[in-house]
Design a protein around this ligand. Sequence first.
Ligand SMILES: NC(=O)c1ccc[n+]([C@@H]2O[C@H](COP(=O)([O-])OP(=O)(O)OC[C@H]3O[C@@H](n4cnc5c(N)ncnc54)[C@H](OP(=O)(O)O)[C@@H]3O)[C@@H](O)[C@H]2O)c1
Length: 369
Amino acid sequence: MLTKSRATATVSKRPSQRGRQNGREPIPVAVLGATGTVGQRFIQLLEDHPWFYVAEVMASDQSAGRTYTEAVGGRWKLTTRIPESVARLKMRSPGDPLKSPILFSALDASVAGELEERYARAGHLVSSNARNHRLDPLVPLLIPEVNRDHIELLDRQKFGGGGILTNPNCSAIVFVMALAPLHREFGVESLIVTTFQATSGAGYPGVPSLDILGNVIPYIPGEELKMEPETNKILGRLGAKGIDPAGITVSASCHRVPVLDGHIMAMSVKLRRKASLKAVLAALRAFHPLQRMQLPSAPAEPLQIREEDDRPQPRLDVDRASGMGITVGRIRPCPVLDWKFDALGHNTIRGAAGAAILNAELLAHAGRI
Ligand SMILES: NC(=O)c1ccc[n+]([C@@H]2O[C@H](COP(=O)([O-])OP(=O)(O)OC[C@H]3O[C@@H](n4cnc5c(N)ncnc54)[C@H](OP(=O)(O)O)[C@@H]3O)[C@@H](O)[C@H]2O)c1
């Protein structure tokens, strides 16, 4: 069982090759759900992280007690090798006491809600990918480039020294990044978005190959309903009772497509204040809100605008900025609303593990870890 004590940074097995970075001691972190599709991305992205190192790993009871390599077995699907510093770590059981101050959660949604709360009560900061707490009024639904002031919600949570913050759904994060500069400059009134989502977004083993190969499935359970509340929470304003929603009407249609990584989406937006193409492009190009903060995972160019008729494309653009960049293209007038365009982002990096790591970097930068 967990005990209610503040988590400390005194985990013994710090990799000896890491020294102080920018005057900081590297911070031990735990990855929950470390064996899954998103969990593996965490392990990969954290391998050479300058501020954090993986000290603890946890997944289900069936993985507990094995080494990470034994537990993940043939399910390791990334092109890089399992980092040596993680390969022999012993898998912890759900609910085991942990020592790392930051826990990255890639837990299945069936267990994430309760486990994340238990760890927050035990004094940990939980940076989660799971949907369970995204819409809780006092849980930040964070995109550091868009709403970093929302981290103040952590101070209103009732978890003792710990807390929970979340990153958005892997499609919402892509289109909200593209909407944010337009909302700031002109106000967004409504959005119609049609997503084409990669198979890795369904986890492993995910959608059966006989269903998805040579096919498109026009339904992802529960997905469309997340888009409107998440958009309005992320773009909303911090108020006395939590987040005052942005008031944007969102109509989403979500499709699973036979692409390995990268969610691409077609968007049409109606603006509150009319804007020319020049003004729309200028707003998107001027979007560099984290430029001076030097967060290790923040892309230098969060939105890249492509002018070719046939971009963005998942195969060509998904890895831009190490998977943390959003690529926008095909910006053109919409005869129904105002402007339409496509946006693309890497679902397990910008839409999941990379996003949660960037969120934790923001907390470390703000002195909250
Ligand atoms: N895939 C994406 O692109 C994506 C993007 C954004 C958010 N997410 C969210 O991230 C989370 C993980 O997604 P995924 O795609 O990585 O799924 P996944 O491949 O199915 O992995 C699920 C993970 O949860 C663990 N788990 C399952 N049951 C458990 C239990 N009872 N107790 C403790 N751990 C348990 C599994 O451990 P074992 O290996 O031991 O079974 C595995 O590590 C989900 O909440 C998902 O909605 C996914």
